[in-house]
Design a protein around this ligand. Structure first.
Ligand SMILES: [Zn+2]
Length: 91
């Protein structure tokens, strides 16, 4: 799989560290139930199709990027800086 870093251009995905889905997880309260903590720590969606993931360009520029890809076809559809997504400059 090839990822086009907005700063470095197209690179092999092995240059990137995969963080996980690009969604904000709500941390349970300190005294929350074991079920709540189990869900927070271990349970993730595993969709077949389009996903948005957070990747770190570890062997490159060090940027955090949001990669939109298809888990069925392995096609990378978009890659933008996470800072642009956080600021609202990119969806
Ligand atoms: Zn880069």
């Amino acid at each position: 799989m090839r990822i086009t870093c907005p700063l470095c251009g197209e690179r092999d995905r092995r240059e990137f560290y995969y963080q996980g889905a690009a969604v904000l997880l709500e941390r349970p309260a300190f005294d929350a139930s074991d079920e709540a903590w189990d869900g927070y720590l271990h349970l993730r969606d595993n969709p077949a199709g389009k996903t948005r993931d957070l990747w770190y360009h570890e062997a490159g520029c060090g940027a955090w990027v949001v990669v939109t890809r298809d888990t069925v076809t392995h096609a990378v559809l978009d890659c933008v800086l996470a800072s642009d997504v956080a600021s609202g400059a990119r969806p």
